[in-house]
Design a protein around this ligand. Sequence first.
Ligand SMILES: *Cc1c(COP(=O)(O)O)cnc(C)c1O
Length: 443
Amino acid sequence: MTTAETDPRRRVPRTDAVLADPRLVAAAERLGRDAVKQQVVAAQARARAGELAPEDVADAAVAALPRTLHSTAAVLNATGVVLHTNLGRAPLSGAAVAAVADAAGYADVEFDLATGRRARRGRGALEALAAAVPDAGGVLAVNNGAAALVLATTALAAGREVVISRGEMVEIGDGFRLPDLIASTGAVLREVGTTNRTTAADYAAALGPATGCILKVHPSNFRVEGFTSAASVAELASLGVPVVVDIGSGLLAPDPLLPEEPDAATALRAGADVVTASGDKLLGGPQAGLLLGRADVVERLRRHPLARALRVDKLTLAALEATLRGPVTPTWAALRADPDQLRARAAALATALAEGGVAAAVVASAGAVGGGGAPGLELPGWAVALPEDYAAALRTGRPAVVGRVERGRCLLDLRCVPADDDPWLLAAVRAAAAGAAPARDEG
Ligand SMILES: *Cc1c(COP(=O)(O)O)cnc(C)c1O
């Protein structure tokens, strides 16, 4: 038997009354009224269903509010893979993050504050890029490495031939193949040589009036070993047609840690007309495509109508400039993480976990460059090893932690986890132990 007074459904507070709760008023300013109202309506429905006391509706709505409006979650990368494409490749430096925040409102991206006139878009970033690669007579930034390649081949070879080695017809990931990308620009691919060997003479024999340019692509994400050879940039540059070199990784100058990675300065000195690269690989910056090369050729690319469609935004320009001018990037630091320090951090984490009854081992772990860079190069490091079923709980926890599942274990490689985040990692594992695998940890 129910009456108006005892039936909880009749005592469910009205939406406007709940929304007047000061906590929800504040939340509405942060998240927008619709997002807050959604939680209020859901809490009211639970109260009507008898799952919630009517006086708890406001509290329940507050508890259910999303922390943010965006669905992208920050992740602790415990995979040991420095440039993990699925995890957003390069993490931005603090300087780059600050630059993005400054550029987020109105900004002088295309305006000269001294004269009050229009100025060259992103000139600060382009000056920094030119300063970082003195061998480049001209520089340009577009949306990503693929865009840089499309712009270069379109401007130099649309309706004509792009001469490329069969050993460099690569797939860059997720089913995207460079030959398809280039064909989409209206250029015709002219394949020369074989998968394992291509000589300068092979290129020379293919050149003619239809040639637009030669394209040399760094086969970044795989290695061909054994009976192999490729023509050098210097040999190709002597053939008398424009040479575009896609180095992929974005190394601006040689790096002794990565002796097999091509770099922009070396390719330009060898005679490349244009070098294309990504901004968010080894350079450690935002997603961007860099074009570096002869002043007249880069100017031609800049003036091409397609350049406008590939234009880079102000946030990217700000992050790119700060990355180029700033201190070492998180990518640089992760690549050079000291194995002894990684081991000490892993040991400290394992000890702290053991105190909470979580059995974790400290194991050697080989990290990788990732992002299609330096395949086969193993970066010696250390990890905390947990039972495999921790992996799922850690991924769905807060902060989300992505480890590496290997031979029935969940490895948390510390290379790409900033040392300052170790307390968060510890808390995440403890939470996963409490929620996901409590029984296992006793044994
Ligand atoms: C990564 C890569 C690309 C694609 O660059 P994005 O920035 O991902 O568009 C093209 N070519 C090579 C050789 C690469 O390594």
